[in-house]
Design a protein around this ligand. Structure first.
Ligand code: CMC
Length: 433
């Protein structure tokens, strides 16, 4: 046992033997014990279900401080970006580690518009899904299939990454709106060169031959803000899925498709849909908040209050705060009076005074109010998580690119602690009782 471990080292004592492990420090002072040599040095692994205590990589993309409620993309405060940027500017920032100048933004915009069409053969895919197919399953299938139509990345995935990234960011919007049109039996509306990224998406969603859609600036601005707030969130479940598939050498489309599937779950991106279902249920139950709060606190009931809690934030999710502050204004500008807004406000008020939630630092997250805005924009509930995916896409791509450029990347391959049967004697089929 050492008298005192040297500076920037952690001393680990296992059964009386001392091991020194390096301490690494991030740009903002976050510290970690570097255990990369642990197994080799000690013969021990670490047990960390859900990776609650593990940093899976180092990254230059997004910074979060969970106790102070800080979120920055590439060093820029989320509040500034959400207030003052276009979504495609933020996408460029995430991908290139710099805010674009006018020329760079224009050329990125042109590239996005140029790639907006989908190969016509792919449009037939939509006919083969059942009428009630989930838009998330359609999105993941279509994105995975893009690899067959646009295989440029096969030889060296990083050579054409800008083209592939633009193609994905552009086409995902077309895929999402086409899947909606198919689900409601309306003719597809093709992308238009003259519309903005968000305007184009809204037009493809809501324009139809008998009732042309008027792209309102308030609606575009609200969507733009939401997509920026979704754009990245460091090593969350879906981003880790993207990195995991990419770490095995999987192509970008396959990796993003995995991310879409991970996002789908109600504990992750699917929470925005679950929040609306929960608020509707409370409304239908004569605003019986107490019943739902009691259910959420009951450990024998799997029900949780959707839109509350976060793995990293121990305070109000800064994205949730921006959305909440914007919510009333957006609904007023659109002349929408949604009873769910009052219910959400009241539920939040009660929860934030309840000892169960206070003692566990459970605050509203991004998904608590986002669905109310999506509803006001006319987006159907089953498309909410698709909207999250549209926003998260640039972050997923930036994270995938960062991982592939990093020479020290290893395939994701956690260990386990085996708790199954001890070695057993094999009995041939005919002799088994
Ligand atoms: N309702 C009731 N209890 C909760 C909730 C909730 N929403 N969230 C956490 N808890 C309790 C949990 O039961 C546990 O209690 P105890 O210590 O007595 O066992 C404690 O709080 C800690 O929870 P945890 O499950 O260990 O925390 P986690 O970091 O593993 O989970 C979470 C984080 C987001 C999955 C969880 O808070 C949750 O299920 N929230 C509801 C779903 C949701 O809103 N998800 C969106 C997250 S933000 C956007 C995104 O990432 O996609």
């Amino acid at each position: 046992m050492s008298e005192k471990a040297p500076q920037n080292t952690a001393e680990l004592i296992i059964n009386g033997t001392s091991y020194l492990l390096p301490i690494i420090e991030g740009e903002q002072g976050d510290k970690a014990i570097d255990i990369r040599g642990l197994l080799r040095q000690t013969g021990f692994t670490v047990f960390d279900t859900g990776f609650k205590n593990s940093a899976s990589c180092s990254s230059t993309i997004t910074y979060m401080d969970g106790s102070k409620g800080i979120l920055r993309y590439r060093g820029y405060a989320i509040e500034d970006l959400a207030e003052r940027c276009l979504f495609i500017e933020v996408a460029y920032l995430l991908l290139h580690n710099k805010l674009p100048n006018r020329e760079e933004l224009e050329s990125f915009r042109t590239m996005l518009e140029q790639f907006a069409l989908m190969h016509e053969d792919m449009i037939h895919f939509f006919d083969n899904f059942p009428p009630n197919a989930s838009p998330m399953s359609i999105l993941s299938v279509m994105v995975n299939s893009l690899h067959n139509y646009y295989p440029e990345m096969s030889d060296d995935p990083l050579v054409n990454i800008d083209i592939t990234a633009s193609r994905l960011i552009s086409k995902v919007r077309t895929i999402a709106s086409f899947s909606y049109k198919k689900s409601i039996g309306q003719p597809l509306v093709y992308p238009r060169y003259d519309l903005s990224y968000c305007g184009n998406f809204l037009n493809m969603m809501f324009d139809n031959p008998v009732r042309p859609y008027i792209v309102l600036p308030e609606v575009v601005a609200a969507l733009n803000k939401l997509l920026i707030l979704h754009a990245d969130h460091e090593q969350n479940c879906s981003t880790s899925a993207v990195r995991l598939v990419g770490s095995a050498g999987g192509n970008l489309y396959a990796s993003i498709s995995a991310g879409i599937n991970a996002l789908w779950g109600p504990l992750h991106g699917g929470a925005n849909e679950a929040v609306i279902q929960m608020l509707e249920a409370i409304h239908a139950d004569n605003n019986d908040y107490k019943k739902y709060i009691a259910k959420a606190k009951d450990k024998s009931d799997p029900f949780r209050l959707s839109g509350f809690g976060h793995r990293v934030y121990r305070t109000y999710d800064p994205r949730g705060k921006i959305i909440k502050d914007a919510c009333r204004g957006i609904l007023a500008a659109l002349n929408v009076d949604d009873p769910l807004l009052e219910i959400a406000g009241k539920l939040e008020e009660i929860v934030l005074c309840d000892d169960y939630f206070v003692s566990r630092n459970l605050y509203p997250n991004i998904d608590f109010y986002s669905g109310i805005i999506y509803r006001a924009l006319g987006i159907p509930t089953n498309m909410f998580t698709v909207m999250f995916a549209l926003g998260r896409l640039p972050g997923w791509i930036a994270q995938w690119k960062e991982m592939r450029e990093d020479q020290s990347t290893k395939i994701y391959r956690p260990r386990q602690i085996y708790t199954g049967a001890p070695p057993r004697h094999f009995i041939p089929l005919g002799e088994r009782s």
